[in-house]
Design a protein around this ligand. Structure first.
Ligand SMILES: Cc1cn([C@H]2C[C@H](O)[C@@H](COP(=O)(O)OP(=O)(O)OP(=O)(O)O)O2)c(=O)[nH]c1=O
Length: 189
């Protein structure tokens, strides 16, 4: 059996699309302790740290991921309050940004493989009333960049280039490829 090291309900929902036998153990890591000089490195370092933390106490393969939003090379994490969220959404308004998810597979306290996937997301111009309404739904607060493309935040998105599931927290096809390579997926005959 494999372990998904994540408290994110979205990652579980995405992994449930694959024929993989797994259970969930949250890594509960303090993400602020980890830094990197660019968003791609940060997403991979965080994914590895989450995976290793759980893998140190497990004999099974451990899958972990981290999603960051990068706007003009600056990392946007989860908004801490309404003002922070408003600032983020105003930056993203009428602009394009990258959503980067780092994914790491660990075994016996070592990293087996880590990769990242980038999706470009293009936002429509957002009015103040739209942003206020969105903040009032409370949807943004546990999400990188302050929005959820799979939820009401989908209203912001004009188009995207790349994997939709990557924006939601786990790039489905690349993850399937990785797990298949390590014999963790059973597609049947
Ligand atoms: C941009 C965007 C992010 N997100 C979410 C995915 C991630 O769950 C979250 C980014 O935070 P993460 O730190 O990647 O993950 P997490 O804290 O939710 O879960 P864990 O560390 O236990 O695995 O933002 C969306 O759900 N939709 C979106 O459109």
């Amino acid at each position: 059996m494999m372990v998904l090291a994540s408290k994110s309900p979205r990652r579980k929902e995405i992994l449930d699309k694959l024929p993989v036998d797994y259970r969930v153990i949250s890594s509960d890591m303090d993400e602020k302790k980890i830094t990197a000089d660019n968003p791609v490195k940060l997403s991979k370092k965080l994914a590895e740290a989450k995976g290793l933390k759980v893998s140190n106490n497990s004999k099974e393969y451990v899958l972990a991921a981290d999603t960051v939003v990068s706007f003009n090379g600056v990392t946007l994490g989860k908004p801490t309050n309404s003002e922070h969220c408003r600032d983020m959404l105003m930056k993203l308004s009428a602009n394009k940004h990258q959503v980067i998810t780092g994914v790491s597979l660990c075994l016996n306290g070592d990293v087996v493989y880590t990769f990242h996937v980038i999706t470009w997301v293009y936002f429509r111009p957002l009015s103040n009333s739209l942003i206020n309404w969105y903040i009032s739904t409370k949807e943004p607060f546990d999400k990188a960049g302050g929005y959820g493309i799979q939820g009401k935040g989908g209203v912001f998105v004009e188009k995207l280039e790349g994997c939709f599931y990557n924006v939601m927290g786990l790039p489905l096809s690349r993850t399937a490829e990785l797990l298949g390579h390590h014999g963790l997926i059973d597609w049947g005959k």
